[in-house]
Design a protein around this ligand. Structure first.
Ligand SMILES: Cc1ncc(C[n+]2csc(CCOP(=O)(O)OP(=O)(O)O)c2C)c(N)n1
Ligand code: SF4
Length: 281
């Protein structure tokens, strides 16, 4: 059935069965249920299969260079704090090509939601290993299997004291929905790493594999305790899913603009001062 956020003017290029479809559905449902106005919402992405998501949903969008969604998102939020800003893309895009921005965006803490479709492979470029590919994962390039330890986005985000750190499995839809909602309600940077099967190029980490190898974090976990969150983040048999850590801290835009939440475009600028500034460089 058609959802109000569906776009009918564009063809979808994803393979049948891809986990991206359920993430798209989830995002539409969460935006709708939280009554976030699409006219006030921007999804920013880079390059990849996951990074095509903003084309398929009726919000504003910006699709930029590979790995560069996060700095664009932070700048958007700074220039207009009233916007809901989402950065969305794949594990390669966000943790590989955009790895530097992942680190420094967390340090700045803009009030954005960061959704990473983590299929442990480069889908768009036909199945090379990504930073989160598991050791031993064989591809046409890594013919003897991946040598490197996989990148652990959750423990890295925790090491940088990100305000909201979570991981979900899209096959566990109801749980994923409750976590994504919390991410939107959190003020500050919120990471949602989403396990998402690539049914064409990753025949190891399938829907079944994610189901059998993940476990919801117990209710007894204290998500305000950074050390126990880190301990959880290092567990991998099974891999924990849920909210690892949540704490409130001042945001990028508050630190730079204080209480002034007006959109920059609505302010009147002193043209003479601007000319002076341009002239100085
Ligand atoms: C600077 C740069 N390097 C490499 C590429 C080629 N490239 C395009 S998409 C991609 C990988 C995308 O993988 P991921 O982000 O995991 O997304 P998926 O396609 O799996 O959703 C690569 C390496 C590029 N477009 N630009
Ligand atoms: S190649 Fe993989 S990630 Fe890309 S659309 Fe197909 S199933 Fe999805």
């Amino acid at each position: 059935m058609k959802h109000p956020l569906d776009r009918t003017d564009i063809d979808n290029a994803w393979c049948p069965g891809c986990g991206n479809f359920a993430i798209l559905k989830l995002l539409k449902e969460v935006l709708t249920e939280l009554e976030l106005d699409p006219k006030n919402t921007v999804i920013v992405s880079g390059i990849g299969q996951a990074a095509k998501t903003p084309y398929y949903i009726g919000t504003h969008m910006f699709c930029g260079l590979h790995g560069r969604a996060l700095p664009v998102s932070a700048a958007l939020k700074l220039s207009n704090p009233a916007l809901t800003v989402i950065a969305e893309g794949g594990d390669g895009d966000m943790y590989g090509e955009g790895g530097n921005h992942f680190l420094h965006t967390i340090r700045r803490n803009p009030d954005i939601v960061h959704i990473v479709h983590n299929n442990m492979v480069y889908g768009l470029t036909k199945g090379q290993a990504s930073p989160t590919s598991q050791k031993g994962f064989k591809t046409p390039v890594q013919v003897k299997g991946v040598n490197n330890e996989p990148f652990n986005p959750v423990s890295v985000a925790l090491a940088l004291k990100a305000g909201f750190v979570s991981r979900v499995n899209i096959g566990n839809y109801t749980h994923a929905k409750s976590v994504l909602k919390e991410a939107f309600l959190h003020k500050g940077y919120a990471l949602v790493d989403v396990f998402q099967p690539c049914v064409v190029f990753n025949k190891v980490n399938t829907y079944k594999w994610f189901k059998e190898n993940t476990a919801e974090i117990e209710d007894s976990h204290d998500s305000s305790n950074l050390l126990s969150a880190m301990q959880k983040a290092l567990e991998n048999a099974p891999v924990p899913i849920g909210i690892f850590y949540q704490t409130m801290q001042s945001t990028f835009e508050e630190n730079l603009r204080g209480d002034d939440t007006r959109a920059l475009y609505s302010l009147s600028h002193d043209i003479d001062k601007l000319q002076l500034l341009f002239g100085a460089y």
